[in-house]
Each structure stands twice: as structure tokens, then as C-alpha cells.
Design a protein around this ligand. Structure first.
Ligand SMILES: *Cc1c(COP(=O)(O)O)cnc(C)c1O
Length: 816
């Protein structure tokens, strides 16, 4: 605590005092973040977009009586307030923080670099917090304002500081260095991305490492030559490094990546040590290694390091604001809990217009002072309702109940979950703030709204699995074209295309040009074939680099003319041969004319020649498949002879890949199999990709003589319980499922359709299914009710069921 008069002297202000004795404990730059008004000093900072001076009145109204200003305002209105006038409020804030920093002599770690600063800070805190009392930057407070506010929190009770510093232009790190004065430095990494504020990568590096001007030790990546040599040149710190480099202090000798974790073996002072972390990406690996080295340096026991490394948390600093049940809003900050982040979360809660509820767990640490300051904060923030979870809180119950309107207590998260009633939460903003071990993500699940009750869940990991299964049947050189036509068989083309692109699929195919444009706009850059083209689509096709299927002389000529007019040469196209489907394509008898046409114009180049089989899944069609294939081979040969260049040949769809491996040619076209459906009698290990789910809106009991649904079609002969489910033919639940033709699964048991399927709803018989409640989930097809079975019930095929799922049904993507 500093008397306002001392602060005035420290920042060399010209002051107008109403009360020189006021003691300042908190610094504020944002009038939305006021908790302890009486002991706060408001810095009216002027930035490009915002002038703090405009908020003086608002801050005063909220009880602030101490201001630092850089411009004159009419102070007459605020007779009981102290005003400190300076040249530059931001510089003064920094100066005050730097002064405060000098009062402490325990080690301070300063972290900078292009990426990973917050993760490294949080992981270090996680590794060290049983051995040190740590003060660290909240969230990613690493800016010109964030750093002084963070350092201001340093106190007598701490014995280690960890602060991050970030800059985006030159001549800024000096300010942060003066405030943090790190004895120990950590340089995470140097990104390649060009940043506006720097002229070169080297300059960016040199500016960033100014943080270590006076540091004794700096930790850095030994494998980055530029960083190490620059650190050597520009600082006098001792460099402790990690990496594969022979010179590294912590020399990595082996990295073993498994499905979900990575084990790193290293040589440290001629001793072999190792850690295992629950991550497999390289960035996490780097971040963990620098933390490892720092933890060793700070004398953390090897066993503790190993134990904690195994549990390194996912760091997600976002505060999510989500719609929740009964008109509530949730602010989800369930990842960590300390006093600073509690304040930040409460500030956001205060910006909500609804009544304010806080669900709060015990702190990691049972220090009474922490609980007392939390209580102070809660009282000041005027929480309407407090729900506390944990044993430590119990002893403060009476105090809490005296000071806060409504308090509920639970001893564990499970206790809360077991007593949970949705109607207990209505029209309120709820902040979820819990230490990790309380698993508040489970509370979150209860509270968030299931926005669309009817949903098509798409498992992206299973798509990748299915792709691998088909690849097992292919020669290593055979390319794969994935059919993502018709919204990727109803699954959502962008998401499917993205994951396939990531898994190195060679080609994508859509039905119409517009579908291709959507993929291009979403950043899909692999080749895309468009099956159905007409002259109105040419412009779109060329502009978006899509590759049309050419199936007739009309389209061939029109496209060639279009390309010539545009001056485009060698544009890739795909020739469709009609070998028996009689849908689209050139017939064998037309080959001579086709070849003449192709030779005559140089504007297009044949990327592939292909045909489509009419019944590759069906043994009864095998003779016809053979006939189609023979025609295809002859046509390809004729075209290749004439054109004198090679192109990709392809005829197989999903079923042919399995049943006719000899006709793979150069590429296969994988469709329904990718989505988990195998129409051949052959056994395959495919996984379900799409599951259509809905929920029960109401449960009813009918007596003999009653009827259910339109036109009394659902006749009741015995006492019957029915559930009305939130799906109808407008969602793709076919009307042919009416009157017992179809069933759904509830609690994994079949419930037959009663009466006619309606547009948005359907009634099913649940008489024999125990323990069904309104709101329960219903599986329409998926894991337990295969889509093929459903297709059979309504006399169709899985393709139609998939592509009929209505657009209003929300697609929800899961990845494992
Ligand atoms: C849809 C389609 C496919 C994919 O067929 P599946 O049976 O789903 O594997 C292959 N080729 C063409 C021309 C198609 O239209």
C-alpha cells in the first residue's frame, strides 16, 4: 500500500489533493474493472481508440477518488477527489510499477518470444507451485498496460515472480524490461511470420531479447542458431539451452511419440533423464522442454517434475460466453482458479445485464488470506447468488451468508450434480470458476443449452479411420478421389473436405460448381472435380480453379470457346465415358469424333478419363462390370494413343475397391464407404460417421379407443405410453416410417412409430421401455441403429437417408 502522496512523488506528478492520506492498493485503467473503489487509483490512459479521461465521470460515480490524468479537466465537479497530473499517464503507470518491482528481491522470470508465452508461464506455475509462492501475470497480460498491472501485484508473501512480455513494434521492450527486471529469462521461440512493426526477423529478435538486458540466465532453444548467437552477442546472460544440439545444456537424445503422449529422453550433466507429456505436437514439446530445464534449474525434484509433466494441463485462456438453459448465460472459466482470474471473471459477469450468479470451488491452496480476499471481492462485486463447492469453503459459510444475499453450498462437484434441477436456474448470468480438480466442465454440460435438439453428429476421426481401411485395399500408388458431393453425403462438405485435405486425399469431387466455390472459400486448395457443368458455370469454374467433367460434345465445344476467349491454355478437365450407365458421357462409338475435337484445341488438357459402374457391389452384375471395364480400357487406350500424353484413369467406387481390386487403374472414387457404409457382402472394419439424434418433447399415456396423430391413424388397443420426439419428415425422417414401419432407439431399445410421421414431430411407443423421461435422447440412426437398417425399413438406400437429413438439423462435429 502506498499513500497517494508518495505515489505523486514517485511519478513526479503535479497534484491537487483533497485527502493526502488515502492509501492506494489497486491500480485501474478500465472503469469496468472497479472492485475496491476507495483504495484504487485510476490511470486515465489515452490510446489510439480510447481516451481514459472520458471515463473519469463514470469512475467517480463508481466511487473512485484518485485519478492520474495527462490532460486538464474540470475538477470542480469532483471536490473530494485527488488528481495527479502528469505528461503521460501510461509512462507514469509503468514508472510506478518499476518502482514497486524494486522493493522485492526474490527471483523474477521474464518470458518472451513469438508464441507459447502464456502456456510456458502457466506450465511453469503448474510445475513450481508446490515449491514456490508464485506471483504471475494473469491470463496473457503481457502488454504495455498488462505488464505494469501484473507486476503491481507483487507482494511480501511471494517468493517467485513469473511475468510475460509481448511487443509488436520496436522500442517498446525497454519499457517492459524496466518493469519486470527479470533475473531469469525464457525465450520461447521466434516466429517466421512478418510483423508490421519490424523490418526483419533479426530485428524482431533483437528487440524481443532486450527483455534480458540485465538477466543472469536465459533459457532458449539450442537448435535455433539465430536465437543462440544473437543472445550471445546482445546479452551478457549465461545461456542454458535445450535441444538436440550437442552444445545443449539439456541435450535431447530421444523423442518417442505415441498416440496420445510423448516421451522425451535427455542428457543433463551426463545423466540420462526423461519426461512424458500428454501432448504430441511439436509446439507443446518445445514448451514442455523449456519448462523442464527451468524446473531443474529451480531445484524441483526430478520425481515431482516427472509426475507433473504427465499431467500438464491444456491451457485455454478464453473466457467462453455460452447460451444456457432457461434463458441463462454462462461465462465459462472453469479451467483455473486464483484471486486475479476470479476478479477478471467477475468483471465480465458484471457486464451481463442478467442477475449474477457465481459457482465457485475451493482454491488450490487453503490459506485463509486467500479466502478472505475472495470474500471481499465477492461482496464488492455484488453477486446476487453464490454457489460454493468444496470442503474448505464450509468454514466461511456463516460469514458468506451474512454478507451475500443467497448462498448455497455443496461439498463436492458430484454433490452439486446429484442435486441439479434445471428449473433452479432461470434468467441469470452464471460464472463458472473452479480449480481444475473440481472438473467444472461436467457442471458446464448440465447448464449449457442443447441449442438444436435434433442434430446430426459427425465423427471426423471415424472418417479418417474409414479412409485408412480403404487405403489398405489399394496399391500404394493408387490415388484417392473423395466424393464430397451433396454436402458430403449430408455430413457438411467444408468440415469433411478439410479433414480429408489434411489426410492427403488426392482429389475431391462435388456435383455442382457452387459446392466447389464454397470449398475454395473455406481454404480447400487441393484439386476439385465438378461433375455437372453447364455454360453458366464456366466463369465460376475458371475463377476458382475447379476442374469440370466434360461429358458431351456440346459442353466440350462451349468450354473450349470460353477458354479461348479468355486466353486460357491447358485448363484441366476430366472426360466421362459412358460404358453402360447411360447417364452422362461419351460412348465408345464417339471416340473418333471426340479425339478429333480434343486434338483441335489446345485450351484444355485431359487430367483424367473415367467411367462409372452400375452395380459393382452386386455379384449378379459382375459380367456387366467386366463389360463396362473392357469398354473403358479400350476407350482410354484410344485416347492416350491419339493425345500422346498420360492421364489418370479411374472407374471404381467404394464397392468396386473391395470387390474388384484388379480395376483400380490410377485412382479410385471413394464415396459411401468413407461415411461408414459398406454395401458389399465383404467384411470391413468401418466406423459409423453420422448419427442422427433427437430428444423427447413430451410423454403421454393413452387408453384403448384413443388414437395418435393425423387422421387417427395410430389406433390404441391397450394402455400405451407414447413419446413425442422432435423430428419429422421436414428433418428427413421419411413419412414411410409411419404406422410401425420404422422405429427409433430410446435407452437403446426400439420404440416403434405410432400413427403418421408429421412435419416436425413423430410419436413412438415407449410402453415397454422403463425409465424414460422427457428430454431424453433418441437415436434415429447411428452407432446402435445402422443407417442401412433404417434404409431397408423404408425401401431406400443409405445414400438417400444421409442426403435427406434436413438443412435445419444442426451438424455437430466430434473428433477423438
Ligand atoms: C457418387 C459417385 C461415386 C461414389 O460412389 P459410392 O458408391 O458412394 O462409393 C463414384 N463415382 C461417381 C461418378 C459418383 O457420382
Amino acid at each position: 500500500m502506498y499513500p497517494i502522496q508518495s505515489i505523486s512523488e514517485i511519478i513526479e506528478a503535479e497534484s491537487l489533493f483533497a485527502d493526502k492520506e488515502i492509501k492506494i492498493e489497486h491500480l485501474i485503467t478500465d472503469s469496468r474493472r472497479i472492485t475496491f473503489a476507495a483504495s484504487s487509483l485510476f490511470f486515465a490512459i489515452k490510446t489510439e481508440h480510447r481516451n481514459g479521461a472520458d471515463f473519469v465521470e463514470e469512475a467517480y460515480r463508481q466511487g473512485i477518488r484518485n485519478f492520474v490524468l495527462q490532460e486538464n479537466i474540470d475538477t470542480g465537479k469532483y471536490k473530494d477527489a485527488n488528481f495527479l497530473f502528469v505528461k503521460n499517464t501510461l509512462a507514469s503507470l509503468q514508472k510506478l510499477a518499476a518502482f514497486h518491482r524494486l522493493q522485492f528481491h526474490y527471483p523474477v522470470i521474464g518470458i518472451t518470444g513469438s508464441n507459447g508465452k502464456t502456456i510456458v508461464k502457466e506450465w511453469l506455475n503448474f510445475l513450481l507451485n508446490d515449491d514456490y509462492k508464485i506471483i504471475r501475470s494473469p491470463r496473457s497480460y503481457n502488454s504495455q498496460i498488462g505488464v505494469p498491472l501484473s507486476v503491481w501485484e507483487m507482494g511480501e508473501e511471494d517468493n517467485l515472480g513469473i511475468f510475460e512480455a509481448g511487443i509488436s513494434e520496436v522500442n517498446k521492450m525497454e519499457n517492459l524490461e524496466k518493469i519486470i527486471q527479470p533475473e531469469i529469462g525464457i525465450f520461447t521461440n521466434l516466429g517466421d511470420a512478418h510483423e508490421k512493426g519490424f523490418t526483419s526477423k533479426q530485428q524482431k529478435l533483437e528487440e524481443k531479447i532486450k527483455l534480458f538486458q540485465h538477466s543472469k540466465i536465459v533459457f532458449a532453444n539450442a537448435d535455433d542458431e539465430q536465437i543462440i548467437s544473437t543472445l550471445k552477442k546482445k546479452t551478457s546472460a549465461q545461456i542454458l539451452s535445450y535441444g538436440k544440439n550437442q552444445q545443449a545444456t539439456l541435450k535431447i537424445i530421444d523423442i518417442k511419440k505415441e498416440q496420445r503422449q510423448t516421451t522425451v529422453v535427455a542428457d543433463y550433466q551426463a545423466k540420462e533423464i526423461s519426461i512424458t507429456i500428454p501432448f504430441i505436437d511439436d509446439a507443446s514439446l518445445q514448451n514442455a522442454c523449456v519448462c523442464w530445464l527451468a524446473a531443474i534449474y529451480l531445484n524441483i525434484d526430478e520425481k515431482i517434475i516427472q509426475q507433473k509433466m504427465l499431467q500438464l494441463p491444456v491451457i485455454d485462456m478464453r473466457l467462453q460466453v455460452l447460451p444456457a438453459i432457461n434463458n441463462c448465460t454462462i461465462i465459462n472459466d472453469s479451467y483455473s482458479l486464483d484471486i486475479d482470474s476470479l476478479s477478471v471473471g467477475l468483471d465480465l459477469l458484471n457486464q451481463q445485464l442478467l442477475s449474477k450468479t457465481l459457482i465457485l470451488s475451493d482454491f488450490h491452496n487453503d490459506d485463509e488470506r486467500i479466502y478472505q480476499s475472495a470474500i471481499n471481492i465477492l461482496v464488492n462485486k455484488k453477486i446476487n447468488r453464490l454457489i460454493i463447492i468444496g470442503k474448505n469453503w464450509q468454514q466461511y459459510q456463516t460469514e458468506l451468508k451474512n454478507k451475500i444475499a443467497a448462498v448455497e453450498t455443496y461439498s463436492t462437484s458430484n454433490d452439486f450434480i446429484n442435486h441439479f434441477q434445471p428449473n433452479h436456474f432461470k434468467n441469470e448470468a452464471i460464472l463458472l470458476k473452479g480449480a481444475r480438480c473440481f472438473h467444472f466442465e461436467e457442471l458446464l454440460n448440465l447448464l449449457i443449452q442443447k441449442v438444436h435438439q435434433t442434430r446430426l453428429e459427425i465423427n471426423l476421426s471415424n472418417i479418417v479411420h474409414n479412409l485408412k481401411e480403404y487405403r489398405k485395399h489399394l496399391k500404394p500408388t493408387t490415388k484417392v478421389m473423395a466424393m464430397v458431393k451433396a454436402f458430403a453425403y449430408g455430413s457438411g462438405s467444408i468440415e469433411i473436405a478439410s479433414i480429408l485435405q489434411y489426410h492427403k486425399i488426392d482429389y475431391l469431387t462435388v456435383a455442382y460448381a457452387d459446392e466447389g466455390v464454397e470449398l475454395r472459400n473455406a481454404g480447400i486448395n487441393i484439386p476439385i472435380m465438378v461433375m455437372n457443368t453447364d455454360e453458366y458455370g464456366f466463369e465460376t469454374i475458371v475463377q476458382h480453379n475447379l476442374e469440370p467433367e466434360i461429358y458431351s460434345f456440346k459442353i466440350l465445344n462451349e468450354f473450349a470457346v470460353f477458354l479461348q476467349k479468355q486466353g486460357v491454355a491447358q485448363f484441366p478437365v476430366h472426360l466421362k465415358i459412358d460404358t453402360g450407365m447411360h447417364r452422362l458421357g461419351f460412348e465408345e462409338s464417339q471416340m473418333d469424333d471426340l479425339i478429333a475435337g480434343l486434338k483441335a484445341n489446345k485450351s484444355l488438357v485431359i487430367k483424367s478419363v473415367f467411367s462409372h459402374l452400375v452395380g459393382s457391389e452386386d455379384a449378379a452384375e459382375d459380367d456387366f462390370t467386366k463389360k463396362q471395364t473392357d469398354i473403358f480400357i479400350r476407350c482410354c487406350a484410344q485416347i492416350e494413343n491419339a493425345l500422346q500424353y498420360k492421364f489418370i484413369r479411374h472407374i471404381s467406387n467404394s464397392a468396386a475397391i473391395i470387390r474388384h481390386p484388379e480395376i483400380q487403374f490410377d485412382m479410385v472414387r471413394l464415396g459411401i464407404g468413407l461415411y461408414g457404409v459398406n454395401y458389399t457382402p465383404e467384411k470391413m472394419d468401418l466406423k459409423v460417421v453420422a448419427s442422427l439424434k433427437t430428444t423427447i418433447a413430451q410423454i403421454k399415456h393413452e387408453q384403448p379407443g384413443d388414437s395418435v396423430g393425423y387422421n387417427q391413424k395410430g389406433k390404441i388397443n391397450k394402455p400405451t405410453t407414447t413419446a413425442t420426439i422432435r423430428i419429422g419428415y421436414a428433418d428427413g425422417y421419411n413419412r414411410r416410417f409411419s404406422n410401425g414401419a420404422g422405429f427409433v432407439l430410446i435407452n437403446n431399445q426400439p420404440a416403434k412409430v405410432i400413427g403418421n410421421v408429421a412435419m416436425d414431430m413423430t410419436m413412438v411407443d415407449i410402453t415397454d421401455i422403463p425409465n424414460v423421461k422427457e428430454g431424453d435422447d433418441v437415436e434415429v440412426f447411428g452407432e446402435n441403429l445402422p443407417v442401412q437398417k433404417l434404409a431397408k425399413q423404408s425401401g431406400t438406400i443409405a445414400y438417400e437417408i444421409f442426403t435427406s437429413v434436413g438443412q435445419r438439423v444442426k451438424r455437430v462435429y466430434v473428433e477423438e
